[in-house]
Design a protein around this ligand. Sequence first.
Ligand code: NAP
Length: 216
Amino acid sequence: MIIGIVGGTGDIGEGMAMRLAPLFDIIVGSREQEKAQTSCECSIEALKKIGKECTLKGVSNQTAVDDSDIVILAIPFKHLSGTLETLHGFEDKIVVSPINPMEKRDFFVFVPPPEGSAALMVRKMLPESARVCLAFNTIAANKWRALTEELVYSVPVCGDDTAAKQKVMDVVNKVSKLQAFDAGPLAVSPLIESLTPLLLNIARYNRMKDVGIHFR
Ligand SMILES: NC(=O)c1ccc[n+]([C@@H]2O[C@H](COP(=O)([O-])OP(=O)(O)OC[C@H]3O[C@@H](n4cnc5c(N)ncnc54)[C@H](OP(=O)(O)O)[C@@H]3O)[C@@H](O)[C@H]2O)c1
């Protein structure tokens, strides 16, 4: 299974690439292929230091879509529509949105688009056959990057295509100690995306770092 990360050079994308590369074939996308290749070289070095061998390929965002079975959209919400407008070929792909539309005002606020969530906006922008799911919204980028630490978090996953959602949950469950939970259809996505501003407010007002969720 090949997983492509659009915007895979960013905070969360690069961290995800490092965690996923020892487990799956990962291709890292960028607007600039050279930037993606440099990011991959750094990630391979970081993984080597902890004794993990992997291959990681840096490509354009379009190639990351074309050559993968699962596409993770690791881009900021404000660049989501602009990025999707430049890309094509999502037909029949599993597309995963970890995107949280939010703003930092006096505190963190969930600011969804008219569709109700970033994932629902992705659903509207992509072809009907794209199998859109939401996952990974509530894990902080620096946790993905802390390669010697286990990721002990619950990961709510939602989507309308049951088989696609199961595949995404299978991916989640292979990473460190992450545990996937089926949260229902894509219509549930506003609830999940709004968890992140909540976690950030809790971290801020309680002087905590990298607050995550664990269902039990
Ligand atoms: N950071 C976190 O802790 C975290 C946690 C959970 C979920 N998320 C979600 O994950 C997504 C990515 O977050 P991030 O913190 O990784 O973002 P980021 O580092 O700010 O950006 C990710 C990538 O987006 C691309 N990008 C930047 N500006 C762009 C533009 N104008 N047009 C198109 N692409 C552009 C860049 O890739 P290239 O320059 O290589 O093209 C960049 O490396 C967000 O939607 C966020 O809500 C983040």
